[in-house]
Ligand binder design. Structure first.
Ligand SMILES: [Zn+2]
Length: 255
């Protein structure tokens, strides 16, 4: 099986001790492509050097997370621009708005989000969007500044999901869709155009059932894919193949 993990922080310190085993387990589980999401420039450079050994298997994304809005500066944005224009980088992210952790800095976050959308458009790379308790503002900005993008860990309604996909944006669902109270994300999974659905772990966070509470890793994608395939009433093979095509289209490999 060729599973996709479209959002994995495998260069975060949680994987410092057993990185090789984590990559090996992903391989053994049939997870054949992984988007490595980084939030620091030095982390991005390490991931880029690593991904070079197998650029089909590993993609790299880098951007300033909305929780790091306080770190943003012209200098840092210049560095983002420089890194994401490298051919080894496939996406700008994660970027977006977080009104849960950063309630006070809404205007600064919006400005930073827009700046990074512009950088992504200039570099012709898609964006990975983090949106927490900020769905309407996220949507408004993505309508005002059209780009290619993916809603990571999507927590909006089915109606909102449809509105995003109508504008060409992808929706990634992860561990939350396996939880007992997952009604919301399952409705999204059922309602949206299958051509815009992606799978993700968001590891080390958001472990799917039955591993909830433990450190998450790319090898857990099958739990998520099986759940989503059953919701779509699809054979697992067909579901996984469709997600593969979606991912490839998302990162710009084919139209
Ligand atoms: Zn993330």
């Amino acid at each position: 099986m060729n599973y996709i993990d479209s959002h994995a922080h495998i260069f975060s310190e949680e994987f410092g001790n057993d990185f090789d085993e984590v990559c090996l387990r992903a391989k053994q589980a049939g997870v054949h492509r992984i988007m490595i999401v980084t939030t620091r420039a030095d982390e991005a450079r390490k991931a880029i050097a690593f991904a070079k050994q197998d650029p089909y298997r590993y993609q790299v994304a880098y951007g300033i997370h909305p929780e790091d809005v306080n770190l943003a500066s012209d200098e840092l944005l210049k560095e983002v621009k420089e890194i994401v224009s490298m051919p080894e980088v496939s996406a700008v992210g994660e970027i977006g708005l977080d009104y849960y952790w950063e309630k006070e800095k809404k205007e600064e976050q919006k400005e930073l989000f827009i700046e990074q959308i512009k950088i992504a458009n200039e570099a012709r790379k898609p964006i990975l969007v983090h949106s927490r308790e900020a769905m309407q503002d996220t949507f408004d900005i993505m309508c005002q500044y059209p780009t290619r993008g993916l809603m990571h860990c999507f927590a909006g309604s089915a109606e909102m999901g449809i509105e995003f996909t109508k504008r060409g944006y992808y929706i990634a669902l992860g561990g939350a869709s396996t939880f007992k109270n997952a009604r919301h994300s399952l409705e999204v999974c059922e309602a949206i155009d299958m051509n815009y659905l992606l799978t993700e772990t968001d590891c080390p966070y958001m472990s799917p059932e039955p591993l909830r509470g433990k450190r998450n890793e790319p090898a857990n994608i099958p739990y998520i894919a099986k759940k989503l395939a059953s919701v779509r009433k699809m054979e697992l093979e067909d579901f996984v193949e469709q997600v593969n095509q979606n991912y490839s289209r998302f990162i710009g490999e084919k139209k």
